[in-house]
Design a protein around this ligand. Structure first.
Ligand SMILES: *Cc1c(COP(=O)(O)O)cnc(C)c1O
Length: 367
């Protein structure tokens, strides 16, 4: 009897990517695979994305970016990293042709130093591919408006020296209020003008993630960066995946390993082999259900290794497979519904499923 498993539907993932790509077109879609693609598997997602014509991956950290290259993501697919350790050195990143998000002059200097060292070591094609980050109000990295002119000038000099290519100018917006996002877009466009005036003519502009990117055509610019929507987790309140043309990619299943009468609860309960030790939120108790053969069984307790579910009509038998969340096609809840009920994001729930929980990757999930 298989234990707890996260089934990853590459079919659903590919359809979501096709749909999102078509929606944001002519802007390109960058697929953001940070946090192991929120638990879906960065390498799996990178492979499917590439098969569906995606040429840009967002890694967040350098370790993830290098792992993608080491796994065979070819140089034609750009891999962008933007979160570094203090005093991060970029030699490995330049060698692996990772695109670097740059927020300040000190980072630029280290990227150029690494490029010079690579060239001196015989890697004559080494060049720093840069995406310059402007802070437009979120204060999550990014050069301030005051720092921006000096940064773009320094990058223009590095381009003239042949050491760097500025591929992008970007920012991160809150996606919480239309007015704030509009104000951020305005500041961003001023920054883009300054960058172009400084001589950076090859830059592409990107600022939106899943939420604004789907909702607003005016923020798509040259590229939209999406994580959550690629795996079918809507970022809008009260919206199902199907409402926006998406399918949940992860289905989480676990076996029923016990049934017993429970005097305290005046009824029968089933025991399902999944617990907070696997990453199931303890807060799920009393708020969400598992589904077996189309029937929902409310979770009443989350222990380290097992869930207790109410089974008042004594329907459960040992050996059945319970679905915790999935596509919704067989009566089960979606992870977005779990998130709504528990008061968190579906993204957080999938991201917390521990890496040791096997990912069963296949074209479709057959429940
Ligand atoms: C995480 C992240 C994204 C993707 O966010 P989603 O809401 O999951 O689409 C995009 N851009 C940046 C900079 C991010 O850190």
């Amino acid at each position: 009897m298989p234990g707890l498993r996260a089934h990853i539907s590459t079919g659903a993932l590919g359809r979501n990517i096709d749909h999102l790509r078509a929606t944001v077109s002519p802007a390109r879609l960058m697929v953001v695979v940070k946090a192991d693609a929120y638990g879906h598997g960065a390498l799996t997602v990178a492979r499917v994305a590439q098969q569906h014509g995606i040429t840009d991956l967002g890694a967040l950290d350098l370790a993830t970016a290098l792992r993608l290259r080491a796994a065979g993501v070819p140089p034609e697919v750009r891999v962008l990293a933007w979160l570094y350790a203090p005093e991060q050195q970029f030699d490995e990143a330049i060698a692996a042709r990772i695109d670097l998000g740059i927020s300040r002059l000190s980072e630029l200097e280290r990227a150029l130093d690494a490029t010079r060292r690579r060239r001196a070591a015989g890697d004559h094609d080494a060049v720093a591919h840069l995406h310059l980050k402007l802070d437009t109000g979120l204060r999550r990295n990014g050069a301030t408006a005051e720092e921006w002119p000096a940064l773009v000038d320094a990058v223009a000099r590095a381009e003239a020296d042949g050491l760097a290519v500025a591929r992008g100018v970007w920012t991160h917006i809150a996606e919480a209020s239309e007015d704030d996002d509009t104000e951020a877009l305005r500041r961003f466009e001023r920054g883009v003008e300054l960058a172009r005036a400084a001589g950076l003519t090859r830059i592409e502009r990107h600022l939106a993630a899943s939420s604004a990117g789907l909702r607003r055509a005016d923020v798509r610019l040259d590229m939209v960066r999406m994580g959550g929507h690629c795996w079918g987790i809507p970022s809008f309140d009260g919206v199902t995946p199907r409402d926006i043309g998406l399918e949940p990619v992860m289905t989480l299943t676990a076996p029923v390993v016990g049934v017993r009468s429970d005097d305290a609860r005046a009824g029968r309960v089933g025991i399902v082999q999944a617990g907070y030790g696997d990453g199931i939120p303890r807060l799920a108790a009393g708020l969400v259900s598992v589904t077996v053969d189309g029937v929902r069984f409310p979770i009443v307790d989350v222990d380290r290794d097992e869930l207790t579910v109410a089974d008042p009509d004594a329907l459960l038998t040992v050996g059945q497979t319970a679905t915790l969340f999935g596509t919704g096609a067989h009566g089960e809840q979606t992870v977005r519904e779990w998130g709504d009920a528990i008061g968190t994001l579906g993204d957080e729930i999938t991201a917390r499923i521990l890496p040791r929980v096997p990912r069963a990757v296949g074209d479709e999930f057959v429940g």
